[in-house]
Ligand binder design. Structure first.
Ligand code: 13P
Length: 244
């Protein structure tokens, strides 16, 4: 049975006071889904007290070495020590603005796994690629290079988030038809690796909000969502979580 996930990516938003207030007001308890949020690295120190059965805490990225001369990176060992449960890897903003590649994602996923952090591997195509009909080619490359070489090792500790870049922060959600078609395509690509790989949980991300979460939750191949903007408000995030 594939697990359900409702995850919030706060990106570079929220300060200490807002985070305290957020968790004071966060009362939602899911008996079916893994619910978690990713604050900025600087605030992960708060994770130890907050992480628990109701809510998991994730990092937005994780280094591909445990320690050493890697200025600005967050060590997976340190993340684990702080009580962090999971990490995003390969978010499109990392790929777009900070030179993240499929090759570096592969190394990050491996290190996260070795340190017992669940990885949410983010994949997705740009608007240009979408319009050129190259979505599945791009996703195939991101999976084959960024994940398949270590997939057998990390199976059971990996979740995939499909986030079309053109739907992130734009208010343009991919239609149910597009998400249905692409998520079925992703399952097919996973099937080219192995049968067990098709059992990986697959999330959708890109302008998810309370108003569209029910219909996204109804898509057979989708097991949850990765939410940006709408996860910043407790009531919106709880509203989305209720759909799963
Ligand atoms: P939005 O929900 O703001 O479109 O962001 C999606 C996202 O990038 C989550 O990782």
């Amino acid at each position: 049975m594939r697990k359900k996930y409702v995850l919030g990516n706060w990106k570079m938003n929220h300060g200490v006071n807002e985070i305290k207030e957020y968790f004071d007001n966060f009362t939602y308890e899911s008996n079916s889904a893994y619910v978690g949020v990713c604050p900025q690295t600087l605030h992960l120190e708060m994770a130890e007290n907050l992480s628990g059965p109701n809510i998991k805490i994730g990092a937005q990225n994780c280094a591909y070495e445990n320690s050493g001369a890697f200025t600005g990176e967050a060590s997976p060992v340190a993340l684990k020590e702080l009580g962090v449960d999971f990490t995003l890897v390969g978010h499109s903003e990392r790929r777009q603005f900070f030179g993240e590649t499929n090759e570096s994602c592969l190394k990050r996923i491996e290190k996260a796994h070795e340190n017992k952090l669940l990885t949410v591997y983010c994949i997705g195509e740009s608007l240009e690629e979408f319009e050129a009909g190259k979505t599945l080619d791009v996703l195939t490359e991101q999976l084959k290079t960024g994940l398949f070489p270590i997939l057998d090792k990390v199976l059971g500790n990996i979740v995939i988030a499909y986030e079309p870049v053109w739907a992130i922060g734009t208010g343009k959600t991919a239609t149910v038809e597009i998400i249905t078609e692409v998520s079925a395509g992703i399952r097919k690509i996973l099937g080219t690796h192995s049968e067990p790989a098709t059992g990986i949980s697959l999330l959708y991300g890109g302008s998810v909000k309370p108003a569209n979460s029910e219909e996204i939750a109804g898509i057979a191949d989708v097991d949850g969502v990765l939410v940006g903007g709408a996860s910043l408000k407790v009531e919106d995030f709880e509203g989305i979580a209720k759909a799963f």
